[in-house]
Design a protein around this ligand. Structure first.
Ligand code: SAH
Length: 347
């Protein structure tokens, strides 16, 4: 029986070089093939024209090149583009291109579905099916980069890991993908332009700090009061805010990189003065900024965006305390491409 062929893009450059040496070829051949796979996005061994026919045949016999396919693309009236991406096993994830005047941002997924259970997020309702591989994450970014060139005439400028899934529950693959995205042989995008957003897993935040990553960190805080936070994000019962605080202090001590707190204000949940004061206190632990995100309703109405007065109170009290605060309007709502709306629904 024939053994199953391996995905060649799961190999590192070193592994690829070693493979060629073990086949009696030169290590350098590994570099050539690596370049075809990553910077030239080759979809088949046939494309690798500077590799001999015989070697291409040998690769064909041993490996496959799994590539994602943009299955369905939608464009919003505000220019946002949503890709439904089909993986080699038929599962679907979504990624989004968000244009602003000066830049384009890719919002990419790290898991099929999500491991966590935030009550306000549509993705949480899909059960987690699997982690994405590094190449599947990389391919989403490469596809959006091409769309950015096509529609907006410039390369992708920023990447946020705010699509489906919890990136820090797929730690190794997300880091491997970022390595490819930032390397000159991949897309050469600076890590300073990449933000990984986590719902706040203290151990993994410390691991990021230990690994001395150079990208930005965002934490979906939504409440700085344990009882409230564990009500709306039940998994967080296991990760009290004091642990989160401690991990963020550790992160800042090692990286000196300011953290962004993502925060939605909901009616009757976190729109009180007490909630604001708790956030102010939390923001004093390390240098940070707060992004107030507009709520994107996902259904029934347990969660409703707070009124404008509550948002204004947040802004003025944060600013009074010298905390940077931005209000992030939603993009792509008409095509279910906004935060928390990614749930493989075609509109
Ligand atoms: N799991 C990661 C990344 C995915 S969610 C995380 O939790 O950070 C990306 C952001 O969208 C998070 O800040 C999340 O809390 C927010 N979000 C989820 N559902 C939302 C909704 N319905 N409206 C607005 N923001 C939402």
């Amino acid at each position: 029986m024939m053994s199953e062929k391996k995905d060649i893009r799961a190999l590192t450059k070193t592994e690829l070089r070693e493979f060629f040496v073990s086949e009696g070829d030169k290590a350098f051949r590994g570099n050539q093939v690596y370049e075809w796979l990553w910077s030239k996005s080759a979809h088949s061994f046939e494309d690798m024209t500077n590799i001999s026919l015989e070697t291409r045949k040998m690769l064909e016999d041993n490996f496959v090149i799994n590539h994602i396919k943009v299955d369905h693309m939608q464009r919003s009236s505000d220019g946002t583009v949503k890709n439904a991406v089909k993986l080699h096993d038929g599962l679907i994830v979504e990624s989004v291109l968000i244009p602003t005047e000066s830049r384009t941002t890719a919002c990419v997924s790290s898991q099929v579905g999500c491991s966590l259970d935030c009550n306000f997020c549509a993705t949480a309702r899909l059960k987690k099916m699997r982690n994405l591989n590094p190449d599947e994450i990389f391919d989403q970014v490469a596809a959006i980069n091409q769309e950015s060139l096509l529609y907006y005439n410039h390369k992708l400028s920023n990447i946020v890991f705010m699509g489906m899934g919890e990136p820090l529950m797929n730690y190794n693959n997300v880091l491997k993908a970022i390595e490819k995205i930032t390397s000159p042989e991949g897309l050469g995008i600076s890590p300073r332009r990449i933000t990984v957003s986590t719902s706040g897993l203290p151990k993994m935040i410390k691991k990021l700090a230990d690994d001395e990553v150079k990208f930005n960190l965002a934490v979906s805080l939504h409440s700085a009061i344990d009882e409230v936070r564990s009500e709306i994000m039940p998994f967080s019962k296991a990760f009290p805010l004091k642990d989160l605080k401690e991990s963020l202090e550790y992160w800042y001590a090692k990286t000196e990189s300011r953290v962004t707190y993502e925060y939605v204000v909901w009616k009757g949940i976190n729109d009180s003065k007490e909630a604001i004061n708790a956030l102010v206190k939390f923001c004093k632990y390390i240098p940070c900024k707060v992004n107030l995100i507009e709520y994107n309703p996902i259904d029934d109405g347990d969660f409703q965006q707070a009124n404008q007065q509550a948002i204004s109170d947040y802004i003025s009290i944060l600013e009074m305390n010298d905390i940077i605060v931005n209000v992030r309007r939603s993009r792509g709502k008409d095509i279910d491409a906004a935060c928390g709306q990614l749930a493989n629904k075609k509109s």
